[in-house]
Design a protein around this ligand. Structure first.
Ligand SMILES: *Cc1c(COP(=O)(O)O)cnc(C)c1O
Length: 419
């Protein structure tokens, strides 16, 4: 944090000031491989930490329920215009509080309770909000779930088509949280059109790659595009919905007054900043490098005997089955955390182990790429992952790697971290 801001916070609340600094040190000194995380820039953090948090502005620009919107209307309009320009969308709503509420708003826009939704099952790599049973979307709607093929570990679009023809969903989701391959949005769109479903492309993980043109865009084939703003897009925590002109009214009404109250204007401003950053040449380079880094990491892991879901990656994410190395995903993730390498344990498709103790780990390259790391660093990190998993009970090995990780991190300063 900026010293001046730290001093202000510390004067009021030293306990929280200390904890924030400790987290900043942790983020600085460890290798962040959680595929959904990133480092927002100082510009994004500045907007997110601004007085805009003070303002109520239920409604939309020009149609608010409170006065004093002179600046807020301009900020939200800028964010909307930038989102539309960046993704080529007809319409954008930047008010969803995060990815999950954005998706829930889509249900509210098009479905009645009990109507059928179809999405990828969570254990296959889908998201909770695509109809998984413990989610409100699985409890209040009739959810039909597709998976991946056992042989390829990829989505079987023939299965999706057959299931859609049989179940006639009103909403069809594409996308997920653990999908290491390119998504064929046009194929989903065709299936949705055939069965009369609204097609929602949830690009929460990959929106930065889509914005940079290194992953195919769901615009204009998707009726609705849902995304978070804090993953590869590298903005503040938040959500956005984009859609065709025909659905604009329904989406806006569903977000407000359907689901939410006042928009988080500080977040809206920070989203606008992130969208501005995403149009730069540097951002395009960053997005291309994310993929190059994931490929380099995948190659090195395969060479070291890890079993990668689908055999590799097309995007920012790798799902690795670590059981061939003699350890399950959870103890592997714990051992790596002790060595300064932070990732999450994850189920692999058809995982014979339980969700709380699965076979795999998920590895993402967005955050390390934001620090400027490239292929040689990815190979080094893969070597450390192998070393720590192979020696998971050896405290000296973990301590040594943690020290080497700190040294590497010192050479690659993270955006937004000022210590
Ligand atoms: C992360 C994610 C979400 C939810 O985002 P939150 O901001 O955590 O609510 C929704 N869909 C997909 C595919 C995601 O990866």
């Amino acid at each position: 944090m900026l010293p001046a801001l730290d001093a202000l916070l510390r004067a009021t609340d030293p306990a929280i000031a200390d904890l924030i600094v400790a987290e900043e040190v942790r983020e600085r000194d460890t290798i962040r491989l959680i595929a959904s995380e990133n480092y927002a820039s100082s510009a994004v953090l500045a907007a997110a930490g601004s007085v805009l948090t003070n303002k109520y502005s239920e409604g939309y620009a020009g149609k608010r329920y409170y006065e004093g919107q002179q600046e807020i209307d301009k900020i939200e309009t800028l964010a909307i215009d930038r989102a539309k320009a960046l993704f080529g969308a007809d319409h954008a709503n930047v008010q969803p509080y995060s990815g999950s509420p954005a998706n829930l708003a889509v249900y509210f826009a098009f479905l009645k309770p009990g109507d059928t939704v179809m999405g990828m099952a969570l254990p296959a790599g889908g998201h909770l909000t695509h109809g998984w049973n413990v989610s409100i979307t699985g409890a209040y709607f009739r959810a039909v779930q597709y998976g991946v093929r056992k042989d390829t570990q990829r989505v079987d679009l023939d299965e999706v088509r057959d299931l859609a023809r049989k179940e006639k969903p009103k909403l069809l989701f594409a996308g997920g949280t653990a999908v290491p391959r390119t998504i064929d949005f046009a194929a989903y769109a065709e299936i949705a059109r055939e069965v009369g479903a609204i097609f929602v492309a949830d690009i929460a993980h990959i929106s930065g790659l889509v914005a940079a043109g290194v992953h195919p865009s769901p615009v204009p084939v998707a009726d609705v595009v849902s995304t978070t703003t804090h993953k590869t897009l590298r903005g503040p925590r938040g959500g956005m919905l984009m859609c065709t002109a025909a659905h604009a009214k329904a989406i806006d009404k569903a977000v407000f007054p359907g689901l939410q109250g006042g928009p988080h204007n500080h977040t809206t401003a920070a989203i606008a900043v992130a969208l501005h950053e995403a149009r730069t040449a540097e951002f395009k380079q960053y997005a291309a490098q994310i993929i190059a880094n994931a490929r380099a990491m995948a190659e090195e892991l395969v060479a070291r005997g890890f079993a990668l879901v689908t055999g590799g990656t097309d995007n920012h994410l790798i799902l690795a089955d670590v059981t061939p190395k003699g350890l399950a995903g959870k103890p592997a993730a714990k051992a790596l955390d002790e060595a300064g390498i932070v990732l999450n344990y994850n189920s692999v498709p058809f995982d014979p182990r339980k969700p709380f103790d699965p076979s795999g780990v998920r590895i993402g390259t967005p955050a390390v790429t934001s620090r400027g790391m490239k292929e040689p660093e990815m190979r080094q990190i893969a070597a450390w992952i192998d070393l720590v998993i192979t020696n998971h009970a050896d405290a000296a090995v973990k301590a040594r790697v943690a020290g080497e990780v700190r040294e590497l991190c010192a050479k690659f300063p993270a955006p937004g971290i000022i210590l």
